[in-house]
Design a protein around this ligand. Sequence first.
Ligand code: BEZ
Ligand code: FE
Length: 290
Amino acid sequence: MQPFTEHNATDIVVASLAESGSERFRQIMTSAISHLHAIVREVEPTTAEWMTAIDFLTRTGQICDEKRQEFILLSDVLGVSMLVDAVNHRRPSGATESTVLGPFHVPDAPASPVGANISHGPGGEPVLVRGTVYDTDGRPIGGATLDVWQTSADGFYDVQDDRQAPMNLRGVFRTNEDGRFWFRTIKPASYPIPTDGPVGEILAAMGRSEMRPAHIHFIVGAPGHESVTTHLFVEGDPYLESDAVFGVKETLIAPFTKRDDPGQAADLQIGNPFYLLEWDFGLARIGDAG
Ligand code: BEZ
Ligand code: FE
């Protein structure tokens, strides 16, 4: 029997996979084992440090339940979620860039007619969002869906906040035959990701901000096209450079233009003053995306 030493440890463990699962499983496990062993060789953790890591992962699992997913949050703050997204969505030019889904999407948000107001209080500065969904050749896509969700003016999603009605600040819109959509809402706020668990500890230990810049979430899709999970970030937000989950992309920063025009506000059935967010989305055809 070959002795297990610090020099041959990786070869022995990788060789033990010879009879395992599929080729893809073997590829993933070989890589995971090799990188883990490389960390140990590079860092030479003490036994106490290794137990601290085990304890951290144990507590990360223990805080998870059907509402709380601390492992996804860990993946988010370490930039892994955005990296997985990047290698899976190499989009052709003209297609809207993607970013993280986040934990606050609710699958069955109500279908809303174009023009609907998704804000049912309390408070907030009115925003009219309007634009067109195009394909990458610039042709408008009628019947595209936009699943929208966002925080209240003080930075809470409905599922976190007893003061909001269920499904507040959520809606699913469908573009008209010209590919156009519009809806009324309020300006979202920047907010902290949950910090009362192990991920909060590691963020603090890294000296990092827990804040996400204000944004509106979208999942935009149409038959025959790759749907895109994305955000529009509020231009000028102080946390754009330090998003706790690395979700900001330059192409997703959107101007919310302030309008003080009682006549236009009355026409649009929105409070005055209000913000106008004009934004077009681009969808790649299935097969064109990387
Ligand atoms: C969000 O935008 O809703 C979000 C994304 C990642 C982690 C926490 C929140
Ligand atoms: Fe969010």
